[in-house]
Design a protein around this ligand. Structure first.
Ligand code: ADP
Ligand code: MG
Length: 406
């Protein structure tokens, strides 16, 4: 099934995106705001009559496997540039487009996506850039388990591929648990990471164009609950107390992120996650070769959103240094807030009117919903950005919103 509704749009005005979740939706909206048409390709663009978040707003969609070369050819006929919103789009789809349809600009490159999709290759890349990771070992055979030193526990076993939002991860405290956990993950290739005591988590979002020009946004601080991002905060330069607080740390994270991107000859929007340890030292965690949940703060706190940057890179337009005009707190909206308490079984719409009334004057409250009709606990349904000059002010309103939604 596909919707052939790009009629009248020339190929030179149309962008394609592989994947059609919320990141694709926000990419499409940014593309359309700049006058482009957008077509998405996803095997779940339409499922049992329900359109995916991006297919709801796109000018056209292709309901096909990412590896369907006929569909990829069709996408290439309709679009002059193609990007991806989904980390696990097979790298071979990007490679196919780049080789078989050379008149399409493909970003990011298959080679970079292939590395980001595999924790083993990803960690090797970080090491090759001189950026330290948590201590880890690769578990791909039974013998690897016996070789794990006793002082390595507690540790986290993570599947090398296809993990997200804490899925495909198990904490293990001893060798017997590791054995059971690896069996539970069907003995697929995994990395075992030492579980570190984290003081905080940060991410650096950057965009790099084809000619290597690289811009970044200010370092974001993230809080995860049960492996899923819950909140992100970022301070603007006018909030001098906050902006100066971790200046040296932030500069070192940005330098590391840039060297990781340069090492990949990356083209597109890239987000790198870091763990900050109690003594102020840090390690790199992982990277996402696409806009990132933590980067949603750029939608209201910055002069350029991560999605606009992705459009600019894809379309070969200039990517310029963004200005962080506001401090911003982002609250992720999981399906849980659609349920009235732990016991309730029937979802209901949260009281957005009361939430939105909390933003006025110096504080902005910006609601973003992804068009998912089926609220489920743990499912990302939307986010709220709260902007103010001072991060502290934004947090006061954010806390009120959290209480209201609880
Ligand atoms: P995902 O691909 O699901 O985002 P991550 O590797 O980023 O996987 O892990 C999700 C979260 O789990 C992290 O943001 C962090 O809060 C926690 N975590 C992951 N690895 C470690 C570790 N080695 N030590 C401590 N916490 C960790
Ligand atoms: Mg992560």
């Amino acid at each position: 099934m596909s919707r052939e509704s790009t009629l009248g749009a020339s190929r030179e005005q149309t962008l394609g995106v592989l994947g059609s979740g919320q990141l694709g939706r926000m990419f499409v909206q940014a593309a359309q705001a700049m006058g482009f048409k957008a077509v998405v390709l996803d095997p779940e663009a339409q499922t049992e009559g329900v359109l995916s978040p991006a297919a709801q707003v796109s000018d056209g969609f292709l309901n096909a496997l990412f590896t369907d070369t006929v569909a990829l050819q069709s996408l290439a006929t309709q679009c002059f540039a193609v990007t991806t919103e989904f980390e696990n789009v097979p790298a071979q789809a990007l490679a196919y487009l780049a080789q078989a349809t050379p008149n399409v600009h493909v970003s990011p490159k298959a080679s970079a996506v292939r590395i980001a999709q595999d924790r083993v290759l990803e960690k090797a890349h970080f090491a090759s850039c001189g950026v330290t990771t948590a201590p880890y070992c690769v578990i791909e055979a039974k013998a690897d388990i016996a070789r794990v030193p006793a002082d390595f526990y507690p540790a986290i076993l993570k599947t090398a591929r296809m993990g997200y939002d804490g899925k495909g991860q198990v904490t293990v405290n001893k060798v017997a648990e590791l054995q059971a956990a690896w069996d539970g993950l069907s003995r697929t290739v995994c990395v075992l990471e030492k579980r570190l005591s984290l003081a905080s988590e940060c991410s650096v979002l950057l965009a790099r164009s084809k000619d290597g020009a690289t811009i970044h946004w200010p370092v974001q601080r993230n809080v995860h609950v049960n492996g899923i991002l819950a909140t992100t905060e970022v301070a603007c330069p006018a909030d001098t107390v906050e902006a100066l607080r971790d200046k040296a740390l932030h500069e070192s994270l940005i330098a590391a992120a840039k060297s990781i991107a340069t090492g990949l000859d990356y083209v597109g929007v890239l987000c790198i996650e870091f763990f900050i340890l109690a003594d102020g030292s840090w390690v790199v965690n992982e990277m996402a070769p696409r806009p990132h949940n933590s980067g949603h703060v750029t939608m209201n706190g910055s002069s350029m959103s991560q999605f606009e940057a992705q459009v600019r890179v894809a379309a070969g337009l200039p990517v310029v240094e963004p200005r962080q005009h506001s401090s911003c707190v982002m609250l992720n909206l999981l399906g849980d807030v659609w349920f009235d308490g732990e016991q309730s079984a029937l979802p209901r719409e949260p009281d957005w009117a009361r939430v939105l009334a909390l933003g006025s004057g110096a504080v902005g409250v910006h609601l973003h919903l992804y068009g998912k009709s089926d609220a489920r606990r743990g499912r990302k349904m939307g986010h709220i950005n709260i902007t103010a000059q001072k991060l502290e002010t934004a947090w006061q309103t954010a806390t009120s919103i959290q209480q209201l939604l609880r």
